[in-house]
Design a protein around this ligand. Structure first.
Ligand code: PLP
Length: 437
């Protein structure tokens, strides 16, 4: 039994053993049972608290138990849970209107349940659009980028360019072409041609290491699409919904009009929902009977998404993302000045990556585990990048406290300890003070 197992209650140990016994082993959950949350804090079954700087991978963008969301959910809970798309419901229609009218480009929306499903709908729409225009199947290629991530269904995993996601799942669907480098016009020119029916791209690559598109790149892609009659499809599953400081992340660049935008994650603030927003040119492509999903637009999910969206698009959240994004970067800089542990801090708004120094390459997951032991939940983006996606309404105090614990974890890791020292009372105050510089 490891040291940390000594700190686990009997129920925690029993549940973990059952999880390990009964789940398909495609995930490797941390050895704790998360039980409840409030704001940017979360508690496990044994009462240990964590500052949540990952927000369930960019999902809980208003933290845990936001009172407005709880109220919206409770209200809908007592009315109607599910109808299927054979029927209309009020929150789903209201959400459709608000999303479309806020987007500055979309005319209509298709609701589904996840990011992969939103991208899957985009892929099908692009193919159908090309087919409607008389293009043969070999003229319906979709271009994506090295370093991308678009989901785990067979089509979206094929859209995800890296072979490690494909191995063993062959035969893969055809018609995907990969630009060998993100932010690289030449790489795009090499694969986009008259057979291209769409470019699918993340305005900020997430899983690929938190890499924002360089200024002018999305506009370049728009021109390129127009040149060959292709659609520009933006995957904003991770970077959308104010995560980068703008409601839609292509708003960082003037004059980029996408044809589709895929959303999920933060849209539901914790409930599963996805959406594909479609622009004028393609608003009628998915005709009656051409596509669908049973749970899409489920009123429990849309009631919460509607309440959440109204808050996420507010000037207060926009200002908080700006301020807390700067604070997060500043405090990571302070840590880096004293520890020299990162070679780069990248990202936008509250979507931030810290690239580990070469000696720590491959260690991101071990550091994330040390963070958990230190009471802070930090994600990774690949083996070399620590990824921060805190709730967008995180307070200065919560962020500061989380980063003090992060620093405690890094120090323990650099000293080769198996557990961080207990960071309570004066010790955490000293760490917090050191971050303020
Ligand atoms: C950019 C991007 N697209 C698509 C997906 C897939 O979303 P989901 O896991 O909801 O299917 C993700 C998930 O991490 C993502 O980051």
């Amino acid at each position: 039994m490891t040291d940390s197992k000594h700190n686990m209650g009997a129920l925690t140990q029993e549940l973990i053993a059952k999880g390990q016994r009964y789940y398909v082993p495609n995930y490797k959950p941390r050895e704790m049972i998360l039980d409840h949350g409030l704001g940017a804090k979360i508690w496990d079954l044994d009462g240990k608290d964590y500052i949540d700087l990952g927000a369930g991978i960019a999902v809980n963008s208003l933290g845990h138990q936001h009172p407005v969301l709880v109220e919206a959910l409770e209200k809908q809970l007592k009315k109607l849970w599910h109808t299927s798309n054979i029927f209309y419901t009020e929150p789903t229609i209201e959400l459709a209107e608000l999303l479309v009218e806020s987007s500055n480009f979309a005319k209509r929306v298709f609701f589904c349940n996840s990011g992969a499903e939103a991208n899957e709908a985009a892929i099908k729409l692009a193919r159908k659009h090309a087919a409607n225009r008389g293009r043969a199947p070999h003229q319906r290629e979709i271009v994506t980028f090295h370093g991308s991530f678009h989901g785990r269904t067979l089509a979206t995993v094929t859209a995800t360019a890296q072979p490690k996601y494909h191995e063993g799942f062959e035969p893969l669907p055809g018609g995907f072409m990969y630009a060998t480098a993100y932010n690289d016009e030449e790489a795009v020119n090499a694969v986009v041609n008259e057979n291209t029916c769409a470019i699918l791209v993340e305005p900020v690559q997430g899983e690929g290491g938190i890499i924002p598109s360089k200024p002018g790149f999305l506009k370049f892609l728009r021109h390129k699409c127009d040149e060959v009659g292709a659609l520009l499809m933006l995957d904003q599953v991770q970077c959308g919904m104010m995560r980068t400081g703008k409601l839609f992340s292509h708003w960082h660049e003037d004059g980029v009009m996408p044809d589709t935008v895929s959303l999920a994650k933060a849209l539901g603030c914790g409930l599963p929902i996805g959406a594909l927003l479609v622009g004028e040119k393609v608003q009628d492509v998915l005709q009656f009977g051409s596509h669908g999903t049973t749970f899409g637009g489920n009123p429990l999910a849309t009631a919460v998404a509607l309440a959440g969206f109204r808050i996420l698009k507010s000037p207060e959240i926009e200002a908080n993302v700006e301020a807390m994004g700067q604070l997060l970067r500043a405090e990571l800089d302070v840590i880096n000045q004293s520890m020299q542990c990162f070679t780069e801090i990248s990202g936008r708004g509250l979507m931030i990556g810290a690239v580990l120094k070469p000696e720590w390459h491959g260690k991101a997951n071990d550091i994330s585990e040390m963070c958990r032991k230190a009471g802070v939940l930090v994600l990774v983006a690949g083996p070399n990048v620590m990824r921060f996606l805190p709730p967008l309404n995180i307070t200065e105090d919560e962020l500061h406290h989380g980063l003090a614990r992060f620093r405690n974890a890094l120090e323990a890791f650099s000293q080769g300890l198996s557990e961080p020292p207990k960071a309570e009372g004066n010790f955490i105050k000293r760490l917090m003070k050191s971050l303020k510089g």
